[in-house]
Design a protein around this ligand. Structure first.
Ligand SMILES: Cc1ncc(COP(=O)(O)O)c(C=O)c1O
Length: 368
């Protein structure tokens, strides 16, 4: 094996824009604007404008964003929150950390996103919200979810951790539901130089509450109205994210081009793609496929020097952390099938045409 194709290589992006990044970091250091402050405010302003949202709050991580969103909506002990079984576990942590119970729903067999038709049977008088996840960077069936949410007076919380810039019927992910939650974990389409996240909404009250809770329960220094947390965004993250936001659309376009090549040129009956409804604009955070004998496929690609991932090999409802909730195998069959078959191919904007061709050739050469 004489070549290596990484699953993701953040170094290429860093080296390309190094001077701009380091200049931004230096400014924060010179001005010692380390926690919250001017650079976080600047980023909040440009991010909400980019999305078309009225208000936003920079926070410490995507997990913080989900937690603070759930708290701002007044959800807590005794409440239930509907969450897709096929997602990263943090989609559930917001509700769990706020004291609510997560209720897991299966995904569809074709889009692999939350199955709106399975939500209603899970609703009880305790249900307060649905967390819809724009998984892999592709918007979920928002209208389907919203219809049921409206019928039962539930909030819709969008988990946009993988979907910066994605669109559903021309509207940006994060601006569809009651409140949108973003992660800027370094590997995301818009990634910080450490941990960071944001909550966005058109409802000022929600964002005021997030701002109060994230800063020790105080909107006025040393006046703590409620029990709060330290979940603020760092100044360095705000400054770096402002630089990166200018490049986001270009990077997302490159991701879409890579995805388009994979879809058009991988012709192997052992490999299936996620279906993409015509009214969504995905941002291809991950390029997930289903492969028969996924572990063998991954080992075969590894042999060829291609590094893959798996998102996610164990669905939320079968995680040990939720053992006490009483779920068992067979409760969410589509999510379980996906967990068995899922493989994430290399996906990052700086992949070269030649590398993409090599991945495609190797996928086409795979035999079960
Ligand atoms: C779907 C999803 N939700 C939530 C999170 C949590 O974000 P963070 O790692 O910034 O806490 C992530 C990423 O890690 C994610 O992929």
């Amino acid at each position: 094996m004489d070549r290596e194709i990484p699953f993701m290589d953040l170094g290429r992006q860093y080296r390309e824009h190094k001077k701009e990044f380091l200049d931004a970091v230096e400014k924060v250091c010179e001005e010692t604007a380390f926690s919250g402050g001017k650079y976080v405010k600047e980023f909040e302003q440009s991010f909400q404008e980019y999305l078309g949202a009225k208000y936003s709050a920079g926070v410490g991580s995507g997990t913080d964003a989900l937690f603070l969103a759930v708290k701002a909506l007044g959800i807590g002990p005794g409440d239930e929150v509907i969450i897709p079984a096929n997602t990263f576990i943090a989609s559930a942590w917001g509700a769990v950390h706020a004291g609510a119970e997560p209720v897991f729903v299966d995904c569809t067999p074709d889009t692999w996103e939350i199955d709106a038709s399975k939500i209603e049977e899970k609703i009880t008088e305790k249900t307060k919200a649905v967390v819809g996840v724009h998984l892999y960077g592709q918007p979920f069936d928002f209208d389907g979810v919203k219809k049921i949410a409206d019928r039962h007076h539930l909030y819709v919380i969008e988990d946009c951790a993988q979907a910066h810039g994605a669109e559903y019927k021309g509207k940006k992910a994060g601006t569809l539901g009651d409140i949108g939650c973003f992660s800027f974990y370094p590997g995301k389409n818009l990634g910080a130089f450490g941990e960071a996240g944001a909550v966005v909404s058109d409802n000022k009250q929600y964002i005021d509450e997030v701002n109060r809770l994230k800063d020790h329960g105080a909107l006025r220094k040393y006046h703590h109205d409620v029990v709060g947390y330290n979940m603020r965004m760092d100044g360095i993250q705000g400054a770096v994210l402002s630089v990166k936001l200018k490049y986001l659309d270009g990077w997302n376009e490159k991701r879409r081009r890579i995805a388009a090549r994979y879809r058009a040129e991988i012709k192997n009956p052992a490999i299936t793609f996620q279906s993409v409804p015509p009214f969504v604009l995905p941002v291809c955070h991950l390029f997930e496929v289903q492969a028969k004998h996924a572990e063998d496929f991954i080992a075969y690609l590894q042999e060829k020097g291609i590094r893959c991932g798996r998102h996610y090999p164990l669905p939320c409802h079968l995680q040990k952390a939720f053992h006490g909730l009483g779920y068992k195998k067979g409760d969410c069959p589509q999510a379980e099938k996906l967990a068995e078959n899922c493989v994430s191919l290399p996906m990052f904007p700086e992949l070269t045409e030649e590398e993409i061709s090599y991945v495609i050739d190797c996928c086409n050469g795979y035999t079960e």
